[in-house]
Design a protein around this ligand. Sequence first.
Ligand SMILES: Nc1nc2c(c(=O)[nH]1)N[C@H]1C(S)=C(S)[C@@H](COP(=O)(O)OP(=O)(O)OC[C@H]3O[C@@H](n4cnc5c(=O)[nH]c(N)nc54)[C@H](O)[C@@H]3O)O[C@H]1N2
Ligand SMILES: Nc1nc2c(c(=O)[nH]1)N[C@H]1C(S)=C(S)[C@@H](COP(=O)(O)OP(=O)(O)OC[C@H]3O[C@@H](n4cnc5c(=O)[nH]c(N)nc54)[C@H](O)[C@@H]3O)O[C@H]1N2
Ligand code: SF4
Ligand SMILES: [Mo]
Length: 760
Amino acid sequence: MNKKQTRREFIKVTAAASTAAGIGVTLFPGMTFADQKSGTNWHKSVCRYCGVGCGVMIGEKGGKIVKVKGDAQNTINKGHLCVKAFYLPKAVNAKTRLHHPMIRKNGKLVKASWDEAMKLVATKFNDIRKNHGGNALAFYGSGQAETEETYMANKLFKGCIGTNNVEGNPRLCMASAVGGYLTSLGADEPAGTYEDIEKTELFFLAGSNTAEAHPIVFERIMRHKAMNPNVKIIILDPRKTPTDQVADLHLFPKPGYDLAVFNAMAHILIKEGFADDAFIKNHLFFKDNKKNKHSFEEYKKFLEDYTPEIAEEISGVPAKDIVKAARMFGKAKTAMSMWTMGLNQRKRGVWANNLVHNLHLITGKIGVPGSDSFSLTGQPNACGGVREGGGLCHLLPGHHLVVKEAHREKVAKVWGVPASNIQPKPGKHTIAMFSALNAGEIKGMYIMCTNPAQSLPNAKKYWKGLKEQFIVVAESFFPTMTTEYADVVLPASFWTEKEGVYGCTERRSQYMPQITDPQGEAKWDAFILRDLGKEMGFEREFAKYETAEIMWDEYRGLTKGKDMNLMGASYNRLKKVRGLVWPVPTENHPGTYKRFTDGDPIYDALPAEKKKGRRMYFYGPKAKDGRATVWMRPHDGPGEPTSAEYPFALTTGRILEQWHTMTMTGTSPQLNRSVPHAYVEINPADARSKGITNKDQVIIETRRGEMQFEARVIDRPIPGTIFVPWHWPDKPINVLCSDIFDPGSKEPEYKVAAARIRKV
Ligand SMILES: Nc1nc2c(c(=O)[nH]1)N[C@H]1C(S)=C(S)[C@@H](COP(=O)(O)OP(=O)(O)OC[C@H]3O[C@@H](n4cnc5c(=O)[nH]c(N)nc54)[C@H](O)[C@@H]3O)O[C@H]1N2
Ligand SMILES: Nc1nc2c(c(=O)[nH]1)N[C@H]1C(S)=C(S)[C@@H](COP(=O)(O)OP(=O)(O)OC[C@H]3O[C@@H](n4cnc5c(=O)[nH]c(N)nc54)[C@H](O)[C@@H]3O)O[C@H]1N2
Ligand code: SF4
Ligand SMILES: [Mo]
């Protein structure tokens, strides 16, 4: 980028370049093809970064990754990519790639052989298990790991070692969405798919900076609106973000105070005749917080406490805007809500999710083309590997639960372990797990494909346990904030150096081929876990896993007959197509666009009397009588409200060019140049009152500590709110974040902390 180019121009230029490149690919339908002229081989794969799940074509020349472009045949992105994907070759070939195992000796990490490292980990883990029991060990994984990788971890820890202390970063991300889907619709993951985008009349983007965090979804929204001027967009976010450029109406709630807005919208929708009475009568339950059933009339009474005026008082959103939003939602024939961390990362994340579902359920705007309450997923395989693959402390692979005896028996049989190995009680959720590490109750932890020393909330508090206990980190890059605390670091193959499956936001599973050899001595995460299992004495249990396909086939066998049936998604088939959307029960089933309704094989197979008078049947594991639930969730504020002492709401999030802790995107000078360092956004009115001007150095302070940032005075956050992107490891804002979590989903409230700010 030349110096004069603005950030906006830079984004435009690179997007156009990747789009143009994408068009060229249309000619080549297969999985791999060779471009004779340049000598480049092109391979169909999936983007490494976000949950949108864009298809990519990876260019490899002489065993090296040289280029990434959009896969024009992928229905998700049709050849388009965002800037992060474009610069992935920089990450693959970065100098910071880790090439050999390391062991801490005399306080320092030094190069070691695989043999020495694996023997050390196996011996330590076995000692801990023998002396303190399986629950003194834990696994902490990732929504960026492949399904096969999480599957191996589950078998080793839950099935062999015998602990359910298996968690992953989706707890910090999607747990509230899972809780919302399970309680509202009875089953995890959306009813619709991205196909609804081009069919809807209204988008409701709540707590989602779609333009920066899910750019290709945003591009589809923009294109649809440009071609259909009647399409409207409502945004609910305490900040103006780049997403704002397309908004017809923007509601600005104080961070943590928007539950009342949803209830007030429901209030107006019903009052003004937008409720779908037939759908309500035959498809819904109404329940309060104690799970008691109520009538629609009682729900209406509950909503009387949420007039737009009362909601204005609570949230700061003008009553007239709430009424306007409700009317826009009601009048539109179809509506699609999308939300992300602005709702999930909250003390009441599950409730916020329920309240979005409510709007769709009471108006019947679900289960028809163009209407859905559609949660956007953060990471590329949070849905596939962790939610479906069972990478949390209460789950087993394939939507099975540790508390159910029949489920434990079924999974244990497939794993070839005694059912009694799998504990009947859920293990510790993420925050509890790191607290137990602090307390010395957990003495050994295996960390894979995540960087918790930087990404946990109230991070410094949890460095103690990382420092004191035996920590193994499987990583592709070095150093990271977490490797600083590692006793052993194992070099992991990266993205193009391994095969496996990613499952994205729209229930779509997509295959990624191995294209290059692992760099240095790096090994595939799933094989490292397998070999660790063998080294720990589970030779028989791990003998059969010679290929990724063996792991995938075993896993997919566990989904047979389940709501997330993947029996039709063999490697053979996945290699040819651009992913398959479950349920996909057989090799010739095309996949399912809408769940719980016509065209869904599970719905279609239901006896006629169940479907009588209905157009949807919510058959999921938590649903009863085929009905979804409208929840009466009262108003509740954030866990750490502002006060005279800490008058600002500090919220954290993302920018377009960087991915989380920057180990990957930080390897690209082009991406780094656009936004060179951390900063805090502060509203001009607040800046004035604090005597702060643009680029001043300021101190942000919360109850957990203080840190210096450059001020960016900008009309983005509402007065009283400040925003910090959390990417830069030299400014780990997570030290200041609150670790209060949702009592239901156990997801921490990254989005609100009470803070004060002063000029240096
Ligand atoms: N470029 C880039 N893209 C990414 C990622 C990345 O690191 N970089 N990470 C991926 C992952 S894992 C995730 S989870 C997603 C996250 O995607 P998003 O959730 O869209 O991104 P965030 O910036 O975390 O937060 C979104 C918005 O929530 C708003 N918000 C804060 N408090 C509240 C509130 O109380 N109510 C409401 N309604 N809104 C609020 C913030 O102002 C912010 O604009 O992005 C994915 N995509
Ligand atoms: N303040 C604040 N904190 C947050 C959030 C927020 O909004 N605000 N959001 C939260 C959310 S939603 C999320 S999802 C988390 C994400 O938090 P993390 O998962 O901790 O962040 P990443 O940087 O994605 O970490 C992935 C790590 O895996 C490594 N890696 C990459 N590929 C591979 C591989 O193939 N194998 C192995 N073994 N390692 C690999 C990378 O180098 C990197 O170190 O952060 C949470 N933290
Ligand atoms: S939108 Fe997400 S999946 Fe698509 S190219 Fe960008 S980072 Fe990759
Ligand atoms: Mo996330």
